[in-house]
Design a protein around this ligand. Sequence first.
Ligand code: IFM
Length: 437
Amino acid sequence: MFLWGTATAAYQIEGAAAEDGRGVSVWDTFSHEPGRTRDGHTGDVACDHYHRWPEDLGLMSGLGVNAYRFSIAWPRVQPLGTGEVNAKGLDFYERLVDALLERGIQPVPTLFHWDLPQALEDRGGWLNREISEIFAEYASTVAERLADRVPLWITLNEPFVHMAYGYAMGVHAPGQALLTGALPAAHHQLLGHGLAVRALRAAGARQVAITNNCTPVWPASQEEPDLRAAEAYDILHNRLFNDPVLLGKYPDLSAYTPALDFLHDGDLEIISTPIDALGVNYYNPTRIAAPAADGLPFADAGITGHPTTAFGWPVVPDGLRELLTGLKTRYGSALPPIHITENGCSQEDTVTEHGTIEDEGRIAYLEAHIAAMRRAMAEGVDVRGYFVWSLLDNFEWAEGYHQRFGLVHVDFETQRRTPKASYSWLKAFLEGQNTDT
Ligand code: IFM
């Protein structure tokens, strides 16, 4: 069965930050620090999904999706990240999973979508190798409760973005700006992934995946310096996270680090523990030029000539086809089936005087990207699912509530949910689908 779903993440929708024993996450800390997020927005309340989840499940049933990708808040399950388990936290996710299954919607939980328990950050976060083992213990705790009912698990969401924004540039939690000093945070996330795959399987998990955010990299020209820079960026953004998982080795990282001091014997074997699927999040390609000065070995040259989202991201649907066929060319038989675990766009949605949201741009975006995915499938790429980011407008990290990605509009003053035109479009589209394709 092809999975057609929507995707969300715990910190972006749940709210109830201090309720029922939930511990503090790095995003609670970060978003409460002055100047970290636009207008000082926090996820304290977000979409209040922790209380309104039955309504949100109703919206999904109405939409006709057969899958839902959400994330589990580690600090809700283990307030200090390790040791004592918060029964109310685990109960919440169990209720959610059971209610999804009752409605014929497959639950696809992600175990880590950036909300590390603050107590673990205080021990060095993902820069500390021990966190990898601790993550696997948490994975095991959750799976022991839910593995009998969950068809597909995702270990990590976008370890590249978490490393780059959270540890290299400091624009996401935990707010560290270590530049290439952030590389251990990549390795320890990947090690945590591999250990978690083993822990999940030991607890009876059926299928396990990792979600990587991937981008086709376009050199700004065919000149040698631009080609070299594009290759360096491709290594950092894509291959650093796909090669060890799929091939059991790191790409050449010499442009970023003289030595892989963080790599221990046996790590790559753990990281490349076979997975059942690769989750791919696609938003846009990246155009790269040679760096103007010393520092990183590339420069973002920007993409012109394409429409842009409210975020300013270029809309290039065929980039999804290019990405998927490129993965197949690069990894061949080592590439497992793919799920598009996120794809969508932010728009400046406005509510009309009739109370409707006519987000035609989002409809065009989704239609074109689904068509591009299908072209890749026709070219032989094994894609098994497509998840729209996102079900609801939500807390968009450093942008706060300013970027709206939802199929459903959320009024953050009243928490009123209003399905947008794109919701009706997707509903009609799904009604016309054979779920096997
Ligand atoms: O909102 C994020 C999500 O948490 C991870 N992938 C990209 C989305 C849009 O920026």
